[in-house]
Design a protein around this ligand. Structure first.
Ligand SMILES: [Zn+2]
Length: 150
């Protein structure tokens, strides 16, 4: 015997504010972006791989990395997903994309926003460049977004 039960749904939202320490590497990385509009990575002394964002230890050979290298503010889109629906936490008004970007001079990928009002124009392999925030706030969004290079 089946009996239909009316389900009631209560909607709520739980805010969970948090802070975490950035660490010395992320601190330098974010400071260079905000103060000097420069993007830095760190280079492994053994395999020569350049990590952006910087990591303290190479994932491949477990060497400590201490050589900072300035890399370009341009890169290639390796993948992306288009955001079409707005929520209060969106950094930009949709449509925009979250992209996987390989910056020139880096050997790792970097996830950031790609601003393109016509998402149909986004392509894997396209060139993008960083647009820096005029008033930096010591956050990764001091690179406000990446935009396609025509
Ligand atoms: Zn290495």
């Amino acid at each position: 015997m089946s009996q239909e039960i009316e389900k009631k749904v209560f909607r709520g939202r739980i805010k969970v504010p948090y802070k975490h320490t950035a660490g010395a590497y992320v601190e330098k990385f974010i400071t260079e972006i905000g103060k000097n509009n420069k993007i830095f990575g760190v280079k492994c002394p053994k395999c020569k791989k350049v990590y952006v964002p910087p990591k303290m230890i190479c994932f491949e050979c477990f060497e400590k990395m201490e050589e900072w290298v300035e890399i370009g503010n341009q890169g290639i889109v390796k993948g992306f997903t288009v955001i079409t629906h707005s929520t209060p936490v969106m950094p930009l008004e949709p449509p925009f994309a979250y992209g996987i970007i390989r910056l020139d001079g880096a050997d790792t990928d970097f996830v950031h926003i790609i601003k393109e009002s016509d998402p149909e124009k986004l392509k894997i392999g396209m060139k993008v460049k960083a647009v820096f925030k005029e008033k930096p706030r010591k956050r990764i969004l001091d690179i406000e977004y990446f935009e396609p290079i025509q």
